[in-house]
Design a protein around this ligand. Structure first.
Ligand SMILES: Cc1cc2nc3c(=O)[nH]c(=O)nc-3n(C[C@H](O)[C@H](O)[C@H](O)COP(=O)(O)OP(=O)(O)OC[C@H]3O[C@@H](n4cnc5c(N)ncnc54)[C@H](O)[C@@H]3O)c2cc1C
Length: 296
């Protein structure tokens, strides 16, 4: 998939041009609606003039694999202390590192960091990953010799950083629409759920009898996304601004993580694990805040 086919008269997307197979044969597909599911780089959205919003947070994640005795860990380990150790004073970075066993002789080791700290543009994240791994016990095996492939990374587009999510026949889902959760950098569930929400809206539009009615139905998609995630992402944007300050991050890590009740609240909030049907007092506080926060 590559360039959009656009109706010059209406500005609507009516298909895409693609190159297929090893011989890169040019093919044009026509469709009444197109869904951009092409990830963070989303060349399709860009070609339709949908650029990313600079006022939304971005993250970056890098990871690699090591042969390791920990390959069959049955849990995922998160480290909330990643350090920028270049200056006279170490700075705690707004992000976290992870380790999980692949069960095939290797572990996936990586880290994700937000762009809200001063360190963001200055650091080489591959080097930060290497330095973090070097600080671990040697018998875990996360050493350069045991690396089975290069360190790879990508941007994490967060909190609706590309909008509108529907315009002129094009719906954006997943990373193309900037749907990564700003609290934790996760985007897989949001990509799948937005795909489902887009499909529901498309089915409803398809059932309408006139083009004008179909268009009204499609215009609902951005609203459905905002109703689903908007308030929670607004809280997330405030959160990433706060933890971009190394002092706040340090206090949160030192005091918050040692307090079981606060830790439970933090886990529910960061992992978006509240019970939408009621739950306990913590669920109700987080759901209440998400409800009243602006859905932008
Ligand atoms: C290192 C790292 C670790 C991560 N870990 C997690 C995690 O643990 N949990 C989590 O929830 N999220 C995680 N994420 C984020 C998650 O990977 C993304 O949010 C998610 O994959 C987005 O899904 P998507 O389908 O929107 O986009 P993508 O997964 O990027 O899929 C887009 C697809 O479109 C294809 N494509 C793009 N352009 C074209 C084109 N022109 N023609 C044809 N095909 C095209 C791409 O090749 C790709 O296959 C991580 C990200 C990174 C970088």
């Amino acid at each position: 998939m590559g360039a959009p086919v656009v109706d010059d008269r209406t500005g609507r997307i009516t298909g895409v041009k693609a190159k297929l197979g090893e011989d890169k044969r040019e093919v044009t597909f026509h469709a009444p609606l197109v869904v951009a599911a092409d990830g963070n780089s989303t060349r399709l959205s860009l070609a339709m003039g949908l650029h990313r919003r600079e006022d939304r947070p971005m993250g970056v994640a890098v990871r690699t694999y090591f042969t390791s005795p920990r390959h069959d860990d049955d849990y995922l380990e998160s480290w909330l202390e990643l350090w920028d150790r270049r200056g006279a004073q170490d700075r705690l970075l707004p992000g976290y590192g992870w380790i999980f066993g692949m069960g095939d002789g290797t572990s996936n080791v990586g880290l994700g960091v937000l762009n809200t700290s001063d360190s963001f543009k200055e650091l080489d994240w591959r080097e930060v990953l290497k330095a973090w791994c070097a600080s671990m016990p040697e018998d875990w095996g996360y050493t350069p010799d045991n690396m089975t492939g290069p360190i790879r990374g990508a941007a994490l587009p967060m909190a609706f950083n590309r909008q509108p999510h529907y315009t002129r026949g094009l719906l954006l889902v997943g990373d193309a629409g900037g749907l990564v959760n700003p609290f934790n950098g996760e985007g897989i569930a949001y990509a799948m759920e937005s795909g489902q929400l887009a499909a529901d809206v498309i089915v409803q539009a398809h059932a309408r009898s006139t083009p004008a009615q179909r268009e009204i139905a499609l215009q609902r998609y951005p609203r459905v996304l905002k109703d689903t995630y908007g308030g929670y992402y607004t809280l997330g944007r405030a959160f990433v601004k706060l933890i971009g300050n190394p002092k706040v991050m340090q206090i949160a890590a030192q005091r918050g993580l040692t307090h079981p009740m606060l830790m439970k609240f933090t886990l529910k909030l960061l992992a978006n694990l509240t019970d939408p049907t009621g739950g306990d007092a913590m669920d109700r506080i987080i759901n209440g805040l998400s409800k009243v926060a602006p859905k932008a």
